[in-house]
Design a protein around this ligand. Structure first.
Ligand code: FCB
Length: 436
C-alpha cells in the first residue's frame, strides 16, 4: 500500500462545515434515544431533528453555496447495523448517495465513523469494556468503507474519544452512563484499539485513505491566577484532556491521571502509525477552582474573562486560547485540520466577529509554520445539541422548527468571505519544529 497523501495535491486546503448524523438526521433509534426516554437529558427528545435524513442533498448544496470545498459528516451505526452482523443496504446506499452528491458539488467528504451514538445492542452485547467491541467496530469500518470507498478518502474515525470516555464511563452523563474507573480503563484501551484496527481496515478497503481523529481540545485556566492549587488543577486538566491523547498517538502509550485516585494507562504499538492527520475541535476555556464544594477536586466554570462575552449556552468566547492549542497539537508532527469550531448564537450578533477572530488565529498560526490544512465550522445548521436539545443555535443557517426551512444568517456571508481568503492563500506549507 502506498503511504497516504495529505494534504491532497488537488486540494491543499479544506474549508468546510461539520454536522453529525444524530444531530441532523432524525428518527434514529439508538442508545441516545433510550437515554432521552429515560429522562437523562435536559433538552428533550431529538425526534425528527432537522429532517437531514431526507434533506441531505439540499443541505450539501447550502454548504456549496457558501464556497465550501469540504463537508464533514458522521454515519449512524444504529441505522447501518440495526442488529449485530445485519447491515442495512438502504442506509448504506443513502450515505453513498450523500458522498456522491458532495463530490459532484465539489465538496470533499470527511467521514466520522463514531460520533457519540451507538446501536442500543452494542452496549448489551459487545460494550466498549469488552474486547469484542474492537471487532464489532472494525466490522462497521469495513462495511462503511466498502460502501463509500470510491468517494471518500478522508476519515475522522472517532469523534472526541475522551469526551465519550469521560461522559460515558466516568461521570455517567452520556450513554452508556457508567461511573466506574475500571470500566473507563478498559473502554479507553478498546477505543484506541478500535481506532487502530479501523484505520488498517479503511486503508485496506479504501486504498489511499487518510486517517484522522477529531480531538476536543479545551483551554484550562486557574480561577484565581495566583492560587497554587488552582494552577495545579488547570495543568492537570490540560494534561488529561488535551495532551493525553496526543501522547498516545505520538508514542503508543498513555497514562492519564483522573483526580483523585484514577490512573488510566495502556499501550498499543500500532497507534502511532494509525494516524495521518489530527483533527482538533476547539470551542472554549474552563476556569478551575480548588477545593470545590461540589465534588473533588474542585469546581470548573466558564467565565467571561477575556471580555468577549459568553455564547448562548454560556461558553466563554476566547479566540486567543486557540493558537496555543493548535501549536501543541502541531507538536504531534501531523498535518492538522480544525474539525469543529463555532458557537451557539441565535441572534447571530457574536458569530461574525467570532468567525473573523478564529480565522485570524488560523492565519497567524499558519504563518508561524503550524500545518493547518483545513477548517470546519460547527455547524452548517441549527441542530439537536445533545443534552441541551434544540436550545443552542449553532447554525450558519437557522432552521424553522415547524417547517424545517433553512435560512442563512448574516454570518453565512462572513464564512463565505473568510473561505475565499483561506482557500485563496494556499501556499507551500512550512514544516513544524515544535516537539512534545
Ligand atoms: C462538540 C460535538 C458536537 C457538538 C459541538 C457543539 O463537542 O462534537 O457534536 O455538539 O460540540
Amino acid at each position: 500500500m502506498k503511504p497516504p497523501l495529505f494534504p491532497f495535491p488537488d486540494r491543499p486546503r479544506l474549508w468546510g462545515v461539520a454536522v453529525s448524523h444524530y444531530q441532523v438526521e432524525g428518527d434514529d433509534p439508538c442508545d441516545w434515544t433510550e437515554w432521552e426516554a429515560a429522562g437523562r437529558t435536559r433538552g428533550g427528545p431529538c425526534g425528527a431533528a432537522v429532517r437531514g435524513w431526507e434533506r441531505y442533498e439540499g443541505d450539501a448544496d447550502l454548504a456549496a453555496s457558501l464556497g465550501a470545498n469540504a463537508f464533514r459528516f458522521s454515519v449512524s451505526w444504529s441505522r447501518i447495523e440495526p442488529r449485530p452482523g445485519q447491515f442495512d443496504r438502504e442506509a448504506l446506499d443513502r450515505y453513498r448517495r450523500l458522498a456522491e452528491h458532495l463530490v459532484a458539488r465539489g465538496l470533499e467528504p470527511v467521514v466520522t465513523l463514531l460520533h457519540y451514538t451507538h446501536p442500543a445492542w452494542f452496549h448489551r452485547e459487545t460494550p466498549w469494556t469488552s474486547t469484542a467491541s474492537v471487532g464489532a467496530f472494525s466490522r462497521l469500518a469495513r462495511t462503511v468503507a466498502q460502501a463509500l470507498a470510491p468517494h471518500v478518502r478522508l476519515w475522522t474515525v472517532l469523534n472526541e474519544p475522551l469526551v465519550l470516555l469521560l461522559g460515558g464511563f466516568l461521570d455517567g452523563q452520556i450513554p452508556p452512563g457508567l461511573s466506574d474507573a475500571r470500566a473507563a480503563r478498559r473502554a479507553l484501551d478498546h477505543l484506541l484499539a478500535a481506532h487502530a484496527e479501523a484505520a488498517a481496515v479503511l486503508r485496506e478497503e479504501a486504498p489511499g485513505s487518510v486517517i484522522g481523529v477529531a480531538h476536543n481540545m479545551m483551554a484550562f485556566a486557574p480561577e484565581r491566577p495566583g492560587h497554587p492549587l488552582d494552577r495545579v488543577l488547570a495543568r492537570s486538566a490540560h494534561r488529561l484532556y488535551n495532551s493525553g491523547l496526543l501522547e498516545a498517538f505520538a508514542t503508543g502509550r498513555w497514562s492519564v491521571w483522573i483526580p483523585p485516585f484514577t490512573r488510566l494507562a495502556g499501550r498499543r504499538d500500532d497507534l502511532p502509525g494509525s494516524l495521518d492527520v489530527l483533527g482538533v475541535n476547539f470551542y472554549s476555556r474552563l476556569h478551575l477552582r480548588s477545593p470545590g464544594k461540589e465534588r473533588f477536586p474542585g469546581d470548573f466554570a466558564y467565565r467571561d474573562r477575556s471580555g468577549q462575552g459568553l455564547s448562548d449556552n454560556g461558553w466563554e468566547i476566547v479566540p486567543e486560547a486557540f493558537g496555543p492549542l493548535l501549536r501543541e497539537a502541531a507538536a504531534l508532527g501531523k498535518p492538522l485540520l480544525v474539525t469543529e469550531n463555532g458557537l451557539a448564537d441565535a441572534a447571530d450578533s457574536r458569530r461574525p466577529s467570532f468567525l473573523r477572530a478564529h480565522a485570524d488565529v488560523l492565519d497567524r498560526a499558519i504563518a508561524e509554520g503550524v500545518p493547518v490544512h483545513g477548517f470546519f465550522h460547527w455547524s452548517l445548521l441549527d441542530n439537536f445539541e445533545w443534552l441541551d436539545g434544540f436550545g443552542p443555535r449553532f447554525g450558519l443557517f437557522s432552521v424553522d422548527r415547524e417547517t424545517f426551512e433553512r435560512r442563512p444568517r448574516p454570518s453565512a456571508g462572513v464564512f463565505a468571505e473568510l473561505g475565499r481568503r483561506f482557500l485563496g492563500t494556499a501556499g507551500p506549507d512550512a514544516q513544524v519544529s515544535v516537539h512534545i
